[in-house]
Design a protein around this ligand. Structure first.
Ligand code: CAO
Length: 429
């Protein structure tokens, strides 16, 4: 049975996305829930999994395409699941061996010589040639210029099948394609004029992060203010109630308190819960408190959003945050879970960082960085006492927020974080 896999709903008001990359090729066997395509909206990059397993028999989109919800992305033959790769449909077929020019034998790690000219390779090719990241990587590791891989239709992406056929034609050895696939796990060592280097292609998340960070850094006049917050009281509440939260599947970490305190502080200082319109002429004040939380994942930085933090109890947040972070790390986030933030918090304290200047996540106008809490002697009532102090840093957009606004915001946030929290574990503030 064949199943057409269509682009699913991506989130509220998101109808269109561009294809950032294809993670499979025709002939690949996929499992249910395996990500097969990376899509990008103006806010995020996400990998979209297929609901069923089988063999990919057709791919109907290419990297760079703009597609809408409901577009058929690829076709899966469910019965062929686990079976050897099936021949692609005729119109998608890689060129038959006869169409491949007679190759010269070359070592797999050396750049391949250009094949003899043929009808197939002479056709105009888009530049850069379309291909999934996995195919590009395989080509790079085999020293193959993708423009040299013969394809029947130059406007569809070069598939792993095309590349394997080309490699096979070059090497004349049946083991070559398998060797090519296996070697994709290794990094290729090259030399620049000063020594050995290895190259790693940036994945879609990394590319999006790079682009977004460069935009934020270059366009927002940042100022960062620093403060130290006494979280000795928070630590006591964490110790007292941590086990209860753990039983409910949550984790009562300091980030949870910071989220709650931020929601309270942002209500008092609406200028920091705002954005600047595209023309830079209006400040848009948000009446909701959705807080982005930077999560460090094996694939790069992701910023899922905890919604309506002002309406949730500490307890609820302590259950929601680790689940959200786990979904981010397992690549299970939906696009809409990364959209709609009004302010972002980034906590590097758990990683031992003692201070840093976070970059504002546009279109937001401020971000709070949290660093590592440590016991410090504090002079109180004529003597030094040990207190747990946590450094925080607020970066703000100086077009919208003045230094004095930010100072008042920080001072209030400190006050909220230093309040007796145990009163609020279950209830809303
Ligand atoms: N000071 C001291 N200890 C801290 C701390 C801080 N500021 N923040 C967290 N910790 C501790 C926690 O208490 C926990 O210790 P225990 O397990 O002993 O209780 C440990 O560090 C790990 O915390 P956590 O990561 O499980 O939970 P969290 O709620 O504090 O953080 C999250 C959640 C998602 C923010 C975090 O896991 C994460 O990914 N941080 C990295 C964010 C990041 O990459 N930012 C950079 C963005 S710009 O590149």
């Amino acid at each position: 049975m064949t199943t057409e896999f269509k682009l699913p709903e991506l989130g509220e008001n998101v109808e269109e996305a561009s294809v950032a990359g294809l993670l499979v090729a025709v002939g690949d066997t996929v499992a249910a829930d395996q990500p097969v395509i990376e899509v990008e909206t103006d806010k995020a990059v996400a990998e979209i999994p297929v609901p069923v397993g089988g063999t990919v028999t057709e791919i109907r989109v290419a990297a760079g395409d703009k597609i809408t919800v409901g577009t058929v992305v690829l076709v899966i033959d469910e019965e062929a699941s686990g079976a050897p790769a099936k021949a692609p449909a005729p119109e998608q077929s890689p060129p038959a061996p006869a169409a491949i020019p007679e190759p010269a034998k070359v070592p797999a790690s050396k750049p391949a010589p250009k094949p003899e000219a043929s009808e197939t390779v002479r056709m105009p090719r888009p530049d850069p040639v379309l291909a999934a990241p996995s195919v590009r990587r395989m080509a790079r590791e085999q020293g193959v210029d993708l423009r040299e891989v013969p394809v029947a239709d130059p406007h569809r992406p070069v598939t792993a099948g095309d590349l394997k056929a080309y490699l096979k034609s070059l090497e004349g050895a049946t083991a070559a394609p398998e060797a090519a696939v296996a070697s994709t796990a290794d990094e290729e060592t090259e030399n620049d004029p000063w020594g050995a280097v290895t190259c790693e292609p940036m994945n879609a998340i990394r590319k999006k992060t790079a682009e977004h960070m460069a935009h934020c850094w270059a366009t927002i006049p940042h100022v960062t203010q620093f403060e130290k917050v006494d979280i000795t009281g928070i630590e006591a509440v964490r110790k007292k109630h941590g086990a209860r939260v753990k039983e409910a599947g949550g984790k009562l970490t300091v980030t949870v308190f910071v989220l709650k305190a931020l929601a309270e502080t942002l209500q008092r200082f609406p200028r920091l819960n705002a954005s600047l319109d595209a023309e830079g002429e209006q400040v848009i004040f948000k009446k909701y408190y959705n807080l982005g939380v930077a999560v460090d994942t094996p694939n790069g930085l992701l910023v899922p959003v905890v919604r309506d933090v002002d309406r949730k109890s500490l307890f609820e947040l302590a259950v929601e945050l680790p689940a959200l972070a786990a979904r981010a790390r397992d690549r299970k986030l939906k696009l809409e879970e990364m959209q709609g933030a009004t302010f972002t918090v980034t906590n590097l304290g758990g990683l031992g960082v003692t201070s840093f200047t976070p970059i504002i996540n546009a279109p937001e106008v401020a971000i709070l960085g949290v660093s590592k809490a440590a016991l410090e002697p504090v002079f109180e009532h004529g003597q030094f006492v040990p207190r747990l102090l946590m450094p925080v840093s607020l970066s703000y957009d100086h077009r919208v927020i003045d230094g004095a606004d930010a100072a008042r915001f920080m001072s209030y946030l400190k006050e909220v974080l230093e309040q007796p929290w145990s009163l609020f574990l279950d209830g809303d503030q």
